[in-house]
Design a protein around this ligand. Structure first.
Ligand SMILES: [Zn+2]
Length: 236
């Protein structure tokens, strides 16, 4: 079990890159971190989000959250953008190669490229504050180019979260399991009774009904407990 800080890039007054049709990088990142958090927690990992709503955080805030929580991994979710809107592709950015950050970056790159119709733009090194000052393995994901209209129209932020969770779990030797939580079905009946107690003794039950009726529960009545067949027969 590892401690993951999932960082939705941008937020609040900083929308990040905005596509031609108005999709905002900050919103995609936020939806993706929510899904990744859900899946990682479902698979026993511990997750902290730097932001859980559309608020502004600066780089220092994000670094401080990760360092003070003593996270094992820091994963920052972004979309790329470029003036030439024909450019597309996925890249992962780390501070330097040859460590756990690179290992995580490889899992992420493989997972994203396998699922997105996206070009491989590789794992890049960059001395960004957020990568340099975080004390744990840290990556920035640039999932694809929101400046590319086709990407903007088709990019699935929930799937983004799924892909990242899958890669993170692979990093800690786990396989993602996402069986739906079974909700009990509401049984079909003509009506419902409200139970107030179980009484071995019939007189005691009757007394309780009288007490309830006196307190204003005018419709209170005794019914036999169905599993005690002999008793049920006697009472009916
Ligand atoms: Zn960004």
């Amino acid at each position: 079990m590892a401690k993951w800080v999932l960082d939705a890039g941008h937020g609040g007054s900083d929308s990040g890159a905005v596509g031609k049709n108005g999709r905002r990088e900050a919103d995609i990142a936020l939806q993706a971190v929510y899904e990744a958090k859900r899946l990682l927690e479902r698979n026993g990992e511990i997750v902290l989000l730097t932001r859980a709503s559309d608020i502004y955080l600066d780089v220092k805030d994000r670094v401080d959250i990760a360092n003070s929580w003593d996270a094992d991994y820091f994963v920052s979710f972004h979309m790329n953008s470029f003036v030439d809107n024909s450019v597309s592709g996925t890249e992962i950015v780390i501070f330097e190669k040859g460590n756990k950050s690179e290992e995580l970056a490889r899992f992420l790159k493989d997972e994203l490229l396998a699922n997105l119709k996206s070009k491989d733009r590789g794992i890049k090194e960059a001395s960004y504050t957020i990568l340099r000052q975080t004390k744990m393995a840290a990556v920035i994901i640039e999932a694809d180019f929101i400046s590319n209209e086709e990407v903007e129209n088709n990019f699935d932020s929930i799937k983004y979260g799924y892909m990242v969770a899958n890669a993170c779990l692979a990093m800690v030797n786990k396989i993602l399991i996402d069986t739906p939580v079974k909700k009990p079905k509401t049984p079909k009946r003509e009506g419902w009774r409200i139970c107030i107690g179980y009484y071995k003794d019939y007189e005691e039950a009757e007394e309780e009904v009288l007490r309830l009726q006196n307190e204003g529960f005018k419709d209170a009545y005794v019914v036999p407990y169905p599993e005690d067949n002999e008793r049920v027969k006697k009472l009916i």
